[in-house]
Write a protein that binds this ligand. Structure first.
Ligand code: PEP
Ligand code: MN
Length: 359
């Protein structure tokens, strides 16, 4: 089954991998895979055995018990299975259970020592085993590239990238993780030979956004989708909001395969609009922080008897703003008007602050 997975990685487009966030019970695992296996587009199963949870005392996966069902699932449904590993003992245990590939999660792909130990042990066993590398949570491509360099150094032969979105603060309007497609596209330019899947589940954090994000992935010519599906998502022990039932996934995939360019454009438009919403939020946050600093300055000016408006400082700041016009590709007149507006508001905040002291 490993060679089937390797063949799919090389030749099946779009490559579709689906399965539960976590294996929770024998019944949940078997019934989910039974239903997924009927969807013609699915090439492999993803299934979490050890779950990295943000907070302790949550369900952390069934571990060895879940692995004990792998061989039976594979022979019954003829689909390769991949799972997440985050230490050497997990690699060894999964190999014993005939796992077909591994994924490295977003919390591990940032850790150099861990990556070296995982990649080396996998390569020692069999360098051909597919390894899927998720992007680290921080939006810094050097980290993701570093993970790939380490995998290549260990001489792993079948690597796949998974774009699962990046952590963002303040959080992205209607998504759990920020897609930052430009970063994903830069990564593709860096490694054009590596397939890149998107993980709309962890990007979305909700069922509703899986289709629009999958269509964006199609628009950006990604190589496929890595998506979560659970037989009864409303009862899932992990990532409940974002898992699709196999039936809902079949509908999403049907639309994904059918949608024409106009449909993709519509999804990308919605995606850009939520990006604008986030950028606007950040703009407001920065303005609010600026006003707080301005008020602190008002108190110092008041204590020192310095006048609130100082022409030389005003001119220096305006020049600084306009000096940035090329760097940020913004027009000189626009920068001037914006700066004057902000400066006027700042002065009026300072005046108000000082009047309040006097009161
Ligand atoms: C997962 O795929 O179940 C998972 C934990 O993803 P990530 O590492 O991207 O958060
Ligand atoms: Mn998950």
């Amino acid at each position: 089954m490993r060679t089937t997975l390797i063949r799919h990685i090389k030749y099946s487009r779009p490559l579709i991998i689906a399965g539960p966030c976590s294996i929770e019970s024998r019944n949940q695992f078997f019934s989910t895979v039974e239903a997924l296996q009927k969807i013609p587009h699915i090439h492999a199963i993803r299934a979490g055995v050890w779950k990295p949870r943000t907070q302790p005392d949550c369900f952390e996966g069934l571990g060895q018990e879940a692995l004990s069902w792998f061989k039976e699932i594979k022979s019954k449904y003829s689909l390769p299975i991949i799972t997440e590993v985050a230490d050497e003992s997990q690699v060894m245990a999964a190999l014993k259970s005939e796992v077909d590939g591994f994924w490295i999660g977003a919390r591990s792909s940032v850790n150099p020592f861990l990556l070296d130990s995982l990649f080396n042990i996998i390569a020692r066993y069999n360098p051909q085993i597919p390894v899927f590398i998720k992007n680290p949570l921080a939006p810094d491509l050097k980290l993701w590239i570093g993970a790939v360099l380490r995998a290549k150094k260990a001489k792993l032969e079948n690597l796949v990238l998974i774009h699962r979105g990046f952590a963002a603060y303040p959080s992205y309007a209607n998504l759990r993780s920020e897609p930052q497609w430009d970063l994903a596209l830069k990564m593709r330019q860096q490694y054009p030979e590596l397939p890149m899947l998107i993980d709309p589940s962890h990007m979305a954090g909700s069922r509703e956004m899986i289709l629009p994000l999958s269509l964006c992935a199609k628009h950006y010519q990604m190589d496929g989708i890595f998506v979560e599906s659970h037989i009864a998502p409303e009862k899932a022990l992990t990532d409940r909001e974002q898992q699709l039932s196999p039936k809902a996934l079949a509908d999403v995939l049907e639309q994904y395969f059918q949608t024409d360019e106009a449909g993709e454009d519509f999804s990308v438009l919605a995606d850009y609009r939520s990006l604008i919403d986030v950028l606007d939020q950040r703009l407001l946050q920065v303005l609010s922080e600026r006003m707080q600093v301005v008020e602190k300055i008002a108190l110092i000016k008041h204590r020192q008897g310095i006048s609130l408006h100082q022409e030389s400082r005003f001119k220096q700041m305006l020049q600084q703003w306009q000096g940035n016009m090329d760097k940020y590709s913004l027009k000189e007149e626009f920068l001037q008007s914006l700066f004057e507006l902000i400066h006027r508001e700042s002065l009026s905040r300072q005046e108000a602050k000082i009047i309040n002291i006097k009161d």
